[in-house]
Design a protein around this ligand. Structure first.
Ligand SMILES: Nc1ncnc2c1ncn2[C@@H]1O[C@H](COP(=O)(O)OP(=O)(O)OP(=O)(O)O)[C@@H](O)[C@H]1O
Ligand SMILES: [Mg+2]
Length: 256
């Protein structure tokens, strides 16, 4: 059975897609079979792994009764990494809040058996696409920029995780909060990270992804930073992150 990891934060621009692509790439380079599922119609994951956004898409599941999820899975430029791409024309209102096709599809399509890890990138909104990912997942990573406003968003998100865990997916566990675009020399960044560690427990704070232009540049080359700039700070940070999430046990419970 695959580890099913969702990368989410309702706040925009927190580095979700960069984390999804680069963590998936790092795990694939380590020999895992990884499926990246892009649930965000912005459709940026495809650019990150060197593919065009062509049909079929993962979003077909949300408006076509006979959608074939397996057909949406395509090999990428990275060995061991596959993508189920997002539909850039998908309108969020096409998905129903009452329907959850994704969790069952990951099983019935065989993806859950075929892959070691399924990484789901999600849109920056509370909509059926994010809810489907949370119901399908067993682990959650919450990338956040260490600014004060992010703390508010993180608290709201934790409440949502609790709601999903108690109503629909008891297997859901928080792997951790991931500081992104972080600069340890900025005092406000350090303060917000320590506030978060104090509030939720130091064990919930994953090793930060620092601000590194190589991470942004990698998207123009269609490969994860591990391959475009293996000696960069960004590549090193994704190695540390992969070590942390593959080495540690998934947290048993959500924080209080
Ligand atoms: N660690 C980093 N260092 C430098 N630039 C970064 C880093 N992480 C992300 N970026 C850049 O910041 C911008 C936002 O990142 P990204 O698209 O990954 O965020 P997102 O949370 O997926 O956004 P959205 O909410 O719109 O989906 C992008 O231009 C990306 O290239
Ligand atoms: Mg994104």
């Amino acid at each position: 059975m695959a580890r099913r990891l969702v990368i989410c934060n309702r706040k925009g621009g927190t580095g979700k897609t960069s984390v999804a692509v680069n963590l998936a790439g790092e795990l694939a380079v380590r020999g895992q079979k990884v499926l990246l599922v892009d649930l965000d119609p912005q459709s940026h994951c495809a650019a990150g792994v060197g593919l065009h956004t062509i049909s079929p898409f993962v979003h077909d599941l949300f408006h076509q009764p006979d959608a074939d999820f397996s057909a949406s899975i395509r090999r990428t430029a990275v060995n061991g990494l596959w993508l189920s791409a997002a539909d850039p024309a998908f309108d969020h209102s096409q998905a129903s809040r009452a329907e959850f096709p994704l969790p069952q599809t990951l099983i019935s399509s065989g993806a859950d058996e075929l892959f070691d890890t399924i990484v789901m990138d999600t849109p920056p909104s509370l909509d059926p696409l994010l809810l489907n990912a949370l119901v399908a997942a067993d682990s959650v990573i919450v990338p956040f920029v260490p600014h004060q406003l992010s703390m508010l968003g993180v608290r709201q998100l934790v409440k949502l995780l609790y709601d999903i865990k108690s109503s629909r997916n008891p297997a859901l566990s928080l792997t951790g909060f991931l500081p992104t675009l972080a600069n340890p020399t900025i005092r406000h960044h350090r303060q917000v990270m320590s506030e978060l560690a104090h509030h939720f427990g130091a064990g919930r704070l994953l090793p930060a992804i620092r601000n590194d232009i190589r991470i942004a540049e990698a998207f123009s080359q269609g490969r994860p930073v591990r391959l475009t700039a293996p000696n960069s700070r960004g590549a090193e940070d994704f190695r540390q992150l992969a070590d942390a999430i593959t080495g540690v046990q998934v947290a048993e419970s959500l924080p209080a």
